[in-house]
Ligand binder design. Structure first.
Ligand code: FAD
Ligand code: FES
Ligand code: MG
Length: 280
């Protein structure tokens, strides 16, 4: 059992949790993830390691409530326990030799982008962080990103904070203005990563994206997380989750991501019912 030592709501639908998991904290690296079960009958869900502290033996996760399991997880309190917390899984980010990088995050993807920005910045790289949210109320990790970047740009779709528009617009104008990057790291919705990859393609800037297909075992055995990269089948849980954005088949990934939408809706309705009965 894994104790929740800290819980903080970052916005109405995004929660940060630190979990006591010393063995995971001791081995964790940016880019890796864990798979947890909230309780003994729960399903397994993958979440990125947003931060870790070997001293206190804690691992931080940041998750958005999108369905039944994340809803159940969000109901847990400090001092409660999680049934399973397995990791670190996946390949770590390859950050060697990168001196000037743009880290682009969209929505809750910022939670996944943050450890990468922090690691690069602490290695002495120049890091431009470009984050995007639908509106001001949904902004997360602003102070953390400011401390882990050379320049910080925030966009909102509705213009309620920072630049009105998309992260890809800001990236494009920085590149067109002469910004030279060794790499662009883009993490967020598939459509955002696809557009960012198209922005950088004509400039041949190495572009790394983080793929989040449905995962079950997280160890390369079930095949559920397959993605097509450069015409080859890859398993995101072991070969990734980070891949070359110029080679990823995003359209296939978007189709596969929607495969269980109906069942996911039903499960969320069941969970809401269960929680309402529990509250009565
Ligand atoms: P559901 O209603 O079951 O599903 C909603 C959507 O979530 C689905 O349409 C699907 O796109 C996705 N999803 C559902 N089950 C899985 C699964 N087993 N594996 C992967 N995706 C699934 N989310 C965060 O908020 N923060 C993170 O740091 C984060 N890191 C991730 C890292 C990896 C490597 C992967 C693969 C996914 C990550 N996700 C992250 C997505 C997260 O796993 C899903 O949001 C979560 O599983 C949804 O579960 P649910 O039951 O609440 O929603
Ligand atoms: Fe099963 Fe990747 S989650 S192979
Ligand atoms: Mg689910």
């Amino acid at each position: 059992m894994y104790r929740i030592v800290k819980k903080r709501n970052l916005n109405p639908s995004v929660t940060l949790m630190s979990v006591k998991a010393p063995l995971v904290a001791a081995k964790a690296q940016p880019g890796q993830f864990i798979i947890l079960r909230a309780d003994e009958t729960g399903e397994r869900i993958p979440l990125t390691i947003a931060d870790y502290d070997c001293g206190s033996g804690t691992v931080t996760i940041i998750f958005q409530i999108v369905g039944a399991t994340t809803k159940l997880l969000s109901q847990k309190k400090e001092g409660d326990f999680l049934a399973d917390f397995v990791g670190p899984l996946g390949s770590a980010s390859h950050l060697e030799g990168l001196e000037k990088v743009a880290v682009v995050g969209g929505g809750v993807g910022c939670a996944i982008a943050y450890p990468t920005a922090k690691a690069l910045f602490h290695k002495g790289a120049q890091v431009d962080v470009i984050v995007g949210f639908r509106s001001k109320d949904l902004i997360i990790l602003e102070d953390e990103f400011k401390k882990a970047s050379t320049r910080y740009f925030c966009t909102t779709d509705d213009g309620s904070n920072g630049v009105k528009g998309f992260v890809s617009d800001v990236l494009k104008s920085l590149i067109e203005g002469g910004g030279k990057y060794d790499a662009v790291v883009a993490i967020g919705p598939l459509i955002m990563m696809k557009v960012v990859s198209e922005v950088t393609r004509p400039y041949q800037i190495k572009t790394v994206v983080s793929m989040n297909p449905i995962m079950i075992d997280g160890t390369g055995m079930c095949g559920g997380c397959r993605v097509t990269v450069g015409g080859e089948t890859k398993f995101a849980c072991v070969d990734g989750p980070e891949f070359d954005g110029h080679l990823v088949d995003f359209d296939e990934a978007m189709r596969r991501g929607k495969m269980y939408a109906e069942r996911e809706k039903e499960k969320l309705a069941e969970m809401n019912c269960r929680l309402m009965k529990g509250a009565r």
